[in-house]
Design a protein around this ligand. Structure first.
Ligand code: APR
Length: 312
């Protein structure tokens, strides 16, 4: 393969990201974790599956960052997941230390890599990665919008019985309970959602989307979602490696767009060979603007908590 993607953290989301990526056959993959033997074991197991699915991908596991040398993309999933009763923000100080180290170490071996950040609270972990390392904003993107929008798309498909491929949903804002499912911009094959789904059912879908991560946490009890978050990471990596110019919601560093500055926030972005190539600004009504402002205030609070922990 000509491309290389390294995934830091070979737990549930990391190894599942490797799985989805290997299926796409777009890059060789390195899995790094602190647990001895685990990334090596998972990588070898996955490597042994390649003849079955017919994909020529090299998958290597390591406890050492040197294995990541020359990566095009670094996906950071290392850190603690949520347990029932925890918010994503409860993970802040532990995960800031882990993500800070993972970003600094990988940058030594892949000075030009793009970063996809999955570790929660991900808006703030992306902020940490960009600020601490002085990276330009096109190289650091937080995963969340694809996942949150996919959850909404799945719920709409379950409600209407229409193919997921026909369902377009856009969830913006921070990756927390204040996220903003934009029903007015969402549609089924071009027809607005509110023409398909009665208002109270649509409200229920919006509420379920906002709590989508928590719903999985309370079912799993010992960890958080991994199939869908990992699938989102694979889609983002593919969009960059194939220069697709794919427009998806993702967490981006804001420089005035949507009236926001110095904050990572979920907005529609274009992903291509230059990473985050563009932020797309939707025209919003007053209610939508107010909902986004509320979500931005929640993200800003976590950014401020980070600034009390880490010096930039
Ligand atoms: N360096 C490398 N790996 C680390 C480090 C570190 N310093 N610290 C922890 N890890 C590894 C753990 O050993 C574990 O294998 O990170 C992995 C995390 O995997 P899981 O516990 O399975 O958690 P996961 O479900 O993958 O979630 C990871 O992503 O979606 C977010 O909220 C989630 O913040 C969480 C992160």
């Amino acid at each position: 393969m000509t491309h290389k993607v390294s995934i830091i953290g070979a737990g549930m989301t990391g190894s599942t990201s490797a799985h989805w990526l290997a299926e796409r056959e777009i890059a060789d993959i390195v899995l790094v974790d602190i647990v001895e033997g685990m990334p090596q074991g998972k990588a070898l197991d996955m490597q042994e599956a390649m003849p079955i699915i017919g994909k020529d991908v090299s998958i290597v596991g390591s406890n050492d960052y040197t294995a990541t040398e020359g990566s095009d993309i670094i996906i950071i999933t290392a850190g603690l997941p949520r347990k029932p009763g925890m918010s994503r923000d409860d993970l802040l100080s532990t995960n800031a230390e882990i993500v800070g180290k993972a970003a600094a170490e990988t940058l030594k071996y892949s000075p030009n890599a793009f970063y996809i950040i999955l570790t929660n609270p991900l808006d703030t972990m992306a902020y940490l990665t960009l600020k601490k390392n002085g990276l330009p904003r096109n190289r650091v993107i937080g995963q969340a919008g694809i996942l949150d929008s996919a959850r909404m798309r799945a719920f709409v498909a379950m409600e209407t019985g229409v193919s997921v491929e026909n369902i377009n949903c856009y969830v913006l804002g921070g990756h927390g309970d204040e996220m903003v499912p934009l029903t007015r911009h969402s549609n089924i094959a071009g027809v607005p959602l509110n023409e398909y789904i009665p208002a109270e059912k649509l409200d229920a879908i919006v509420a379920r989307t906002r709590k989508g991560g928590g719903e999985i946490v309370s079912l799993l009890k010992t960890g958080s979602a991994f199939y869908a978050p990992a699938a989102a990471c694979a889609q983002m990596a593919e969009a960059i490696l194939k220069d697709k110019k794919l427009i998806v919601p993702a967490a981006a560093y804001m420089e005035g767009e949507y009236g926001l500055h110095d904050i990572f926030f979920g907005v529609p972005v274009m992903l291509g060979a230059d990473g985050l190539e563009k932020i797309i600004e939707y025209s919003l009504n007053e209610d939508e603007k107010a909902a986004l402002a509320k979500s931005a205030a929640a993200v800003q609070e976590t950014h401020e908590a980070l600034k009390n922990l880490v010096e930039f």
